[in-house]
Design a protein around this ligand. Structure first.
Ligand code: ATP
Ligand code: MG
Length: 252
């Protein structure tokens, strides 16, 4: 499996006068099967727009996104998307939220319930399977959101600042939780974050974007051995390189 993002360019037409707002400028990168790739870039540079285009929720103005050389069809469940704000349905319980993708795929109730229960158990949600999202902590909600995405077995998982609204301890726990999942299932993950530490801890490569319209300034390989020590000199060197690139991006 290979995900190719090729020459993606996006303009929005601005509400005030219809003039074009240039958001993405010829974005080009490849993600190989099983890789964990992070995208960092200044606030408002176009990261969410990029993920929305890859997920098929938005059309590009130019360029294309190919999965194994073919255009992605959003209705085939090839791409899973996890949002920062969880986007859980408040009127559905943990189990019902996790099951929703299988429900849309018309998987019979017994089978989807048993698959959702497996996720409840392995995601540490036992005891909360019949709870509604308002009764869950932020970390639990995000685990439900991740389970809901993984249960449909997408080829690529896109994550848009999934841990952005969590406190730092829960965030660290969920980073480790995500890494364990990734190591076990070897999912291909494209992960947007503001947090360079997080990107260095998690990724094989970090794509650094410029301010809007986003261009790729650098793709930094993260070569530190796994399991990673966040404070190792190798991790620090990558962090410094990415932070310097971002600093120049803000000043440019
Ligand atoms: N549907 C839309 N119509 C018009 N403009 C839009 C639309 N969606 C996004 N934009 C604009 O595109 C730019 C990039 O937005 P986007 O949400 O992709 O940035 P981002 O990098 O994800 O920001 P953040 O870091 O704050 O999450 C912003 O200026 C935003 O106002
Ligand atoms: Mg965003």
């Amino acid at each position: 499996m290979t995900l190719d993002v090729s020459g993606l360019t996006k303009h929005f037409s601005q509400e005030k006068d219809g003039s074009p707002l240039s958001v993405l400028d010829s974005i080009h990168f490849r993600v190989q099967e099983g890789q964990f790739v992070s995208i960092v870039g200044p606030s408002g540079c176009g990261k969410t727009t990029l993920l929305r285009i890859i997920a098929g929720l938005e059309n590009p103005s130019a360029g294309q996104v190919l999965l194994d050389g073919r255009e992605i069809s959003p209705d085939r469940g090839q791409i899973g998307l996890v949002f920062q704000d969880y986007a859980l349905f408040p009127w559905r319980t943990t189990l019902q939220n996790i099951e929703i993708g299988l429900e849309m795929m018309k998987v019979p109730k017994k089978r989807r319930r048993s698959a959702a229960m497996d996720y409840v158990r392995s995601f540490g949600l036992t005891g909360f399977e019949h709870a509604y999202p308002k009764a869950l902590s932020g970390g639990m909600k995000q685990r439900v959101a991740i389970a809901r995405t993984l249960i449909t077995n997408p080829k690529v998982v896109l994550m848009d600042e999934p841990f952005g609204s969590l406190d730092s301890q829960t965030r660290n726990e969920l980073q480790q939780f995500l890494l364990n999942l990734w190591e076990e299932h070897r999912k291909t993950i494209l992960f947007v974050t503001h947090n360079v530490d997080e990107a260095v801890f998690l990724s094989d490569h970090i794509v650094v974007l410029s301010k809007r319209p986003a261009r790729i300034l650098k793709t930094a390989p993260v070569t530190c051995a796994r399991p990673r020590d966040r404070t190792s000199s190798e991790c620090n060197a990558v962090r410094r390189e990415v932070l310097n690139t971002l600093k120049h991006a803000r000043l440019a």
